[in-house]
Design a protein around this ligand. Structure first.
Ligand code: FAD
Length: 394
């Protein structure tokens, strides 16, 4: 079997690359380790930047999103017992879209497989990439139904298999550096069957630790609670979760949060990595496979889409017009935005976690940083641009 492109992984990055290729009538095969039902329900991201939505719209991939997403133009910080609304829409003229990742993945799979006629195999095992430094790479996998070992030959491999995939490990270590950062902090990630208690994202910067509220839909709300890294979610029974959320997100004049059943509860260890240069020979990584950014600033899926737009367009330009410039500049163009977002996440991490560091000096500088956002127009504008991803020309 032979395809011009094999895409490993059907997350936002891989499915977007696949859709761009199919729109240009380029054949490709997407290989996904999980089932279709599983990827269409896996809860994760929700906050999308406007440029990313416009990029999907331009490629015919945002119809449902534009009909159903909520628009957010403000967030609210809660610290020192008070609430401070931050109207980033007014400062930048731009806004966030809130659209749960499973809905986006469902839209992208449907469009790729059912509308654009793309090929996809779910539930594959033992995926390996071979000969990426030759012009005849291949990908092998085990077929779930028959246990048969298959080899697919191709011109290019798009490694879009997320943080726990196999393609990053195929980059030769002597040519690719993986830079890592560990915050030494955990977040208990929760999904509650409860309506949001405010119409926007809430950030609680509290001496007990950070807490966040991210609306997902009128029925479901994501919450985060800072906890020790590696903590056991079982240490967080229903009563403890809600007591800490009420405390850390409490502010004067604010009614208590609306509580509900917790339908997801897991601990994320906050860490980042960046594989540079994301490319070796005929293997091009995109999204979390290449770089992980802790969900502090809700950037990961946005970066995955940015990579996918560039990689999809570059593969089409090469395969249909012999134009190599996009592939040649791919890693550098992605990494500018990646490093910019990593830096912002690091900055924001101190705002979120500094008050709980157990260090009076860091608590003081954190409070100064927070207050500056509400006293200096220039500081507010800089924050708003970075939060919305409009800060730099990439
Ligand atoms: P993934 O979505 O991980 O997709 C990779 C796919 O590859 C998966 O379907 C996986 O099953 C498959 N796969 C893995 N291994 C193999 C293999 N060996 N062979 C074949 N297939 C394989 N980002 C935001 O922008 N905004 C947010 O609000 C936000 N909130 C988040 C909240 C949480 C709790 C978490 C955990 C993340 C959040 N993120 C957010 C980050 C975002 O979810 C990821 O950055 C995004 O999913 C990356 O997309 P991707 O396509 O690169 O990888």
């Amino acid at each position: 079997q032979r395809f011009p492109v094999v895409v490993v992984g059907a997350g936002p990055a891989g499915l977007t690359v696949g859709n761009i290729l199919r729109a240009a009538s380029v054949d490709c095969l997407v290989l996904e380790a999980e089932s279709r039902e599983f990827i269409e329900q896996r809860p994760r991201a929700g906050v999308m930047e406007e440029w990313a939505v416009r990029g999907l719209e331009k490629r015919g991939l945002a119809r449902n999103l534009l009909d159903r997403a909520e628009l957010h133009t403000a967030c609210e910080f809660r610290f020192d017992g008070e609430r401070y609304r931050f109207p980033y829409g007014e400062l930048t003229g731009s806004h966030h879209f809130v659209y749960p990742q499973p809905l986006l993945v469902t839209d992208l799979v449907r469009e790729y497989a059912d509308v654009r006629g793309g090929q996809i195999r779910f539930g594959v095992r033992d995926v390996r990439v071979h000969d990426i430094d030759t012009d005849q790479p291949s990908v092998s996998y085990t077929c779930p139904e028959t246990g048969e070992h298959r080899v697919v030959h191709c011109d290019f491999v798009a490694g879009c298999d997320g943080a726990r995939g196999v393609t990053r490990a195929a980059l030769p270590p002597e040519r690719v550096r993986v830079a890592r950062h560990d915050y030494g902090i955990g977040w208990l990630a929760l999904l509650a069957e409860a309506p949001p208690s405010a119409d926007c994202v809430l950030f609680g910067c509290h001496a007990n630790g950070f807490a966040g509220q991210m609306p997902r839909s009128p029925e479901v709300t994501r919450y985060y609670l800072q906890c020790p890294p590696g903590d056991d979610p079982e240490n967080w029974p229903h009563e403890r979760v809600w007591a800490e959320l009420q405390e850390r997100l409490g502010a004067s004049g604010v009614p208590p949060l609306t509580e509900g059943r917790l339908i997801e509860k897991r601990v994320l260890d906050m860490h980042d990595y960046v594989a540079e240069p994301m490319v070796s020979g005929r293997l091009f990584l995109a999204g979390d496979a290449a770089h992980l950014v802790a969900p502090i600033a809700a950037k990961g899926m946005n970066l995955a889409l940015h990579d996918a737009f560039l990689l999809g367009d570059a593969l089409v330009a090469h395969l249909t017009g012999g134009d190599d410039s996009g592939l040649g500049g791919y890693a550098e163009a992605c990494l500018r935005r990646v490093w910019d977002y990593q830096e912002f996440s690091q900055w924001l991490s101190e705002v979120f976690h500094g008050s709980a560091a157990g260090d009076a000096f860091r608590a003081g500088t954190t409070l100064a940083r927070l207050r500056r956002l509400f006293t200096s127009r220039a500081a507010a504008a800089a924050f708003a641009e970075q939060y919305l991803g409009t800060a730099a020309q990439y």
